[in-house]
Ligand binder design. Structure first.
Ligand SMILES: Nc1ncnc2c1ncn2[C@@H]1O[C@H](COP(=O)(O)OP(=O)(O)OP(=O)(O)O)[C@@H](O)[C@H]1O
Ligand SMILES: [Mg+2]
Length: 423
């Protein structure tokens, strides 16, 4: 009998010593390791500690019989996949059928024919190994498929979002050019007309009563001064739209096959600009304050469009967490805020921290956040792909790391680290 408890073995369960010795002889003759149990209870205890590869189980035994032993083994998720072969003198159809119904894989009648025992044991061990390797393949394929799916969704999200935003940026460009390019001539015309009006007033110091009334009704002096102010605010507005248009185009830059040098602060700013509408206060909800503690960063060789996607996912999650904390009434004593810190380490690694003081994340789920499809949000709100995508982009495309530091009820910090040279 084997003394090595960790090695693979076959378990024989039988209360009859003659049967035991016949089976033992057959198995050891064929080079199998095995262990024995004389009743159902001790078989269950033994299996609990050490999983055999296969069990030869007698039906009729004192205490719990073979059927009950089989039922309990199949009920336990840890032992249910161990193949069980019943051994019994009962050749009647009913007990065979009962054994199979309970999940047995085969039946060996007594008295034993040693060659048959070995042949059946070999077939079932082989089947078990094949099943295990199939299961392993299915697991591997599922992981590969999930990964591919994340990539596809990421590309699709990027391209549809990118296209739309680039489109808007482009569409904004023409009208804003009309406004910007016409403001200056308009200003000149107005100045010219004002001068002429003043000249009229000097040359014709006594206007007719009709003209005098009209000038008073209009409050000409006020209108002339106000026009200058209106023009100033038009200029300011036009400049703001120009900035938005530039941000939209920075955000939606499509990535070519190779990496390009990018200013990550510009990427962060354009992403924040796109999320502006979600940061603003709405109704009872206060505005979310954004602090930028930007260090001095060199240009980084990266896929800027994809880095924008990372920032977008992490910032959108932070806003969701703040919204949630507000709904739960947990933000009464603090102002909702997001703080973005950037720096470069002495090892030439860029570190970007995005911190929020929202709900925080329970420790029990922190490990699962980067799993595709893991979400705590309602179906209509979250797909659970945001962080899986961000993780893939940072780790696989940029050779970096993405980690979390979170305290339930206090807030969360996401830390992105990528080497400056990450080719
Ligand atoms: N800043 C954060 N604060 C609290 N919980 C967070 C934060 N960021 C992520 N989480 C948790 O991680 C989960 C997974 O985030 P992930 O971005 O991958 O998916 P999602 O936001 O649920 O859906 P979507 O695919 O729309 O992004 C979230 O459902 C949330 O529970
Ligand atoms: Mg998300």
């Amino acid at each position: 009998m084997s003394t090595n408890t960790n090695a693979k073995f076959i378990l024989i369960v039988d209360d009859n010593s003659t049967n035991l010795s016949v089976l033992s002889e057959a198995l050891s003759g064929a080079g199998f390791r095995f262990r024995v149990a004389m009743d159902g209870e001790s078989a269950l205890t033994l299996v609990e500690r050490n999983h055999p590869e296969l069990i030869l189980l007698d039906v009729q035994m004192p205490g719990i019989d073979g059927f009950e032993t089989c039922r309990r083994l199949k009920e336990n998720p840890a032992t249910k996949s161990i193949p069980i072969i019943f051994t019994t003198a009962l050749a009647d159809i009913e007990s065979k059928a009962k054994g199979f119904a309970l999940g047995a894989v085969d039946y060996i009648p007594k008295p034993f024919d040693q060659a048959e025992v070995i042949a059946r044991v070999k077939v079932h061990l082989q089947l078990k190994h094949l099943t295990e390797s199939l299961e392993e393949q299915v697991r591997d394929r599922t992981t590969a498929l999930q990964k591919a799916q994340v990539q596809l969704v990421q590309q699709e999200k990027l391209s549809s979002l990118g296209e739309m935003i680039a489109g808007i940026g482009h569409e904004l460009n023409n009208p804003i050019n009309f406004i910007v390019s016409n403001i200056e001539p308009l200003q000149e015309h107005i100045t010219g007309i004002s001068e002429i009006l003043h000249l009229y007033q000097q040359e014709y110091a006594r206007p007719s009563p009709k003209l005098k009334d009209a000038i008073e009704d209009l409050d000409l002096e006020f209108v002339l001064k106000d026009m200058a102010k209106i023009l100033e605010s038009l200029t300011l507005g036009a400049e703001m739209i120009e900035k938005i248009s530039t941000s939209l185009r920075t955000f939606s830059r499509s990535d070519s096959e190779t990496k390009s040098l990018a200013n990550l602060h510009e990427c962060l700013d354009s992403t924040l600009m796109i999320l502006q509408h979600r940061l603003k206060g709405q109704g009872d909800r206060p505005q979310i304050q954004v602090f930028r503690a930007y260090g001095s960063l060199p240009s980084v060789l990266c896929y800027p469009g994809q880095m924008n996607q990372v920032f977008m996912n992490i910032l959108a999650n932070a806003i969701d967490a703040l919204d949630e904390a507000i709904v739960q009434g947990k933000m009464q004593e603090r102002v909702p805020q997001i703080k973005i810190t950037t720096k470069i380490t002495s090892e030439e690694r860029i570190v970007i921290q995005i911190a929020d003081n929202g709900t925080g994340i329970p420790e029990s789920i922190q490990e699962r956040l980067f799993e595709p499809m893991f979400t705590t949000k309602p179906v209509s709100k979250g797909t659970g792909l945001g962080l899986a995508i961000a993780h893939q982009i940072v780790v696989e495309k940029h050779n970096g790391t993405l980690s979390i530091n979170s305290q339930l009820g206090e807030g969360t910090v996401f830390v992105i680290e990528i080497p400056v040279e990450n080719i």
